[in-house]
Ligand binder design. Structure first.
Ligand code: GRF
Length: 205
């Protein structure tokens, strides 16, 4: 029998992507058990969402540790306890460091609210509006040592309208995020992804 996949979600904010992942685990469209939510913000709405679904929550605050290495080692101890196969960053506001990356090579995914490589970093929707692009969207990618940079698994595009504000564009993009993130996680866990350098080929859907 196949071993159950165990996943962890890292979240710092409102946690709407976390919610999409919880729902997909519960309805079976992600073939995994969401064992733990890791957060650096105990007041995040994401924490409420985890509690509401009886998912363990583990709070790790960088300032409580002497170094980033020690901070990440404590996260790794938690992940090992839950036998985690895959980490999904979902609005996690910290840059993943070498310690965590080395322990989970090619096993950390992230979602970003732009069509990478355009507009990495913070305020991607504002960057897109200010640049005047006609389309933006979202990207699920594998995390590597550079911010919002690793191999791309899935993207979804949305139009940018003349009367868009950051908020209206955010909302349109978020709706797509909630579709492609669970899908990318399933593809990963079902071993449908072939990673060849920067290119990720999808073997079957
Ligand atoms: C999303 O736009 C995601 O792409 C970005 O941070 C935001 C998190 O939103 N990385 P939420 O906390 O999932 O609602």
């Amino acid at each position: 029998m196949n071993k159950t996949h165990n996943i962890a979600v890292f979240a710092s904010g409102s946690g709407t992507n976390l919610q999409a992942i919880i729902d997909a685990c519960e309805d079976g469209s992600i073939p995994a058990h969401l064992r733990v939510v890791i957060t650096d913000n105990r007041d995040a709405k994401a924490c409420e969402r985890a509690r509401a679904h009886n998912i363990d929550l583990s709070v790790h605050i960088k300032q409580d540790y002497d170094s980033k290495e020690k901070f990440e080692e404590s996260i790794i101890d938690t992940l090992k306890k839950y036998d985690i196969d895959l980490i999904c960053l979902a609005g996690y506001m910290r840059i993943v460091g070498k310690t965590l990356l080395r322990s989970y090579p090619n096993r950390i995914l992230n979602i970003h609210p732009s069509l990478l490589p355009a507009f990495p970093g913070r305020d991607a929707q504002r960057q897109a509006l200010e640049h005047g692009v006609k389309f933006s969207g979202c990207t699920v990618h594998i995390v590597d040592e550079k911010v919002d940079h690793g191999p791309i698994i899935l993207q979804s595009a949305v139009p940018v309208h003349d009367d868009d504000t950051v908020e209206t564009l955010k909302k349109r993009i978020l709706a797509e995020e909630h579709k492609i993130y669970p899908k990318a996680i399933s593809l990963f866990l079902e071993k449908c992804l072939h990673i060849d350098g920067r290119r990720v080929r999808i073997k079957k859907i």
